[in-house]
Design a protein around this ligand. Structure first.
Ligand code: SAM
Ligand code: DTB
Ligand code: SF4
Length: 352
């Protein structure tokens, strides 16, 4: 139950808040990061009328970021397919029957060239992904050289290589790695329906190892895995109650790849785009200083939906013709979108 108190103030009042916020209504500074969010509060945010949710998200967003500036990262798959894990959404899992050309670990020069192309088209970070369960000691020297080569071309570096042990995290930090991506993917309760080959706690342990050595954490999840709204709240609850919020929070819309259990078994119910935008808005409100990325799935979204996501507080995206194994939104289309919306590329995160 919400109570609307009419106001005669000429300035914009805060939206009417649900009962769970009654004790802090009018007194809470929503722009300050908190780590004690309750699941009930998060679910109440999800349930706000859309305009109130967007208003609150924009208010929080503008306290820390230029709302007309979007960070761009380019993805490169440095090792494709034959992954021993069983993530039901992923085309690269050994259990998937997706049509995919398996590729060994890329050479450093090929990665350097990808970095040059990404930089010259306007990205500021190269995200390098490998279809691995975890980083192994034997691959470390090549990975270190990749990090150095990409940095030498003037780009920030991000790696997503699966689970990471503390000693290998230290080696990546010493090589100069800026970000490590490792998603929690969904809520703790829904997780077991999607992935059986590693636990939720394994993921949290990797995030801790990354955080402990001072590499910036990139962690988010996927919408459209057959989860409920409460699961989406649970996923964001995990991220927003970490002792430090991830610097970067990718929110992916499931890309249904033929040959993956989630695409073939029809176990997912499509999540509509308004619900996806709500998830972004709630992520923005919960983690005011994090960069929230409108990630996979843009390809199928209209410019209007993407504009709503930016209004909801997304301020990063993947830029480039490809994601890891699937198509991304075309760069010409993205450039036109930026022009239409008056958006420019973010060169520096003010909160880093
Ligand atoms: N193997 C590493 C791992 O899983 O940690 C790194 C690469 S993995 C592809 C990185 C993330 O991409 C996954 O955790 C998942 O959130 C996202 N992802 C993978 N396939 C996806 C799909 N079909 N749709 C949306 N997101 C996807
Ligand atoms: C993330 O959150 N999304 C990216 C990145 N981190 C590694 C991956 C999206 C993959 C989409 C499906 C594909 O191209 O295979
Ligand atoms: Fe492997 Fe990562 Fe795909 Fe899971 S998401 S199957 S760990 S590449």
């Amino acid at each position: 139950m919400t109570v609307h108190t009419p106001t005669a103030q000429p300035s914009a009042p805060m939206p009417v808040l649900p009962a769970v916020f009654a004790d802090v209504a009018g007194t809470r500074d929503w722009t300050q990061p908190r780590h004690d969010w309750t699941r009930e509060e998060i679910e109440a945010l999800f349930a706000l009328p859309m305009m109130d949710l967007l208003y609150l998200a924009q208010t929080v967003h503008r306290a820390w970021f230029d709302p007309n500036s979007i960070q761009r990262s380019t993805l490169v798959n440095i090792k494709t397919g034959a992954c021993p894990e069983d993530c039901k959404y992923c085309s690269q899992s050994r259990t998937a029957k997706a049509k995919l050309k398996i590729e060994p670990l890329m050479g450093v020069e090929e990665v350097r060239q990808a970095a040059v192309r990404a930089r010259d088209t306007g990205a500021t970070r190269l995200c390098m992904g490998a279809a691995w369960r975890s980083l192994k000691e034997r691959d470390l020297p090549v990975i270190v050289d990749m990090i150095k080569a990409v940095r030498a071309e003037g780009l920030q570096t991000c790696m997503t290589l699966g689970m990471l042990k503390p000693e290998l995290a230290t080696a990546l930090r010493e090589a100069g790695l800026d970000y490590y991506n490792h998603n929690v993917d969904t809520s703790p309760e829904h997780y077991g329906k999607i992935i059986g080959s590693r636990t939720y706690q394994d993921r949290l342990d990797t995030l801790k190892a990354v955080q402990d050595v001072g590499i910036k954490v990139c962690s988010g999840g996927i919408v459209g895995l057959g989860e409920s709204r409460s699961d989406r709240a649970g996923m964001l609850h995990t991220l927003a109650t970490l002792s430090t919020h991830p610097n970067s929070v990718p929110i992916n819309m499931l890309v249904k790849v033929e040959g993956t259990p989630l695409a073939d078994e029809g176990v997912t119910s499509d999540v509509d785009e308004i619900e996806f935008v709500r998830t972004i808005a709630v992520a923005r409100i919960l983690m005011p200083r994090s960069v929230v990325r409108l990630s996979a799935g843009r390809h199928a979204m209209s410019v209007s939906t993407q504009a709503l996501a930016f209004m909801a507080g997304a301020n990063s995206m993947f830029y480039g013709e490809e994601l890891l194994t699937t198509e991304n939104s075309a760069m010409t289309r993205d450039n036109q979108m930026f022009e239409k919306l008056g958006i420019s590329a973010m060169s520096k995160n003010p909160n880093d």
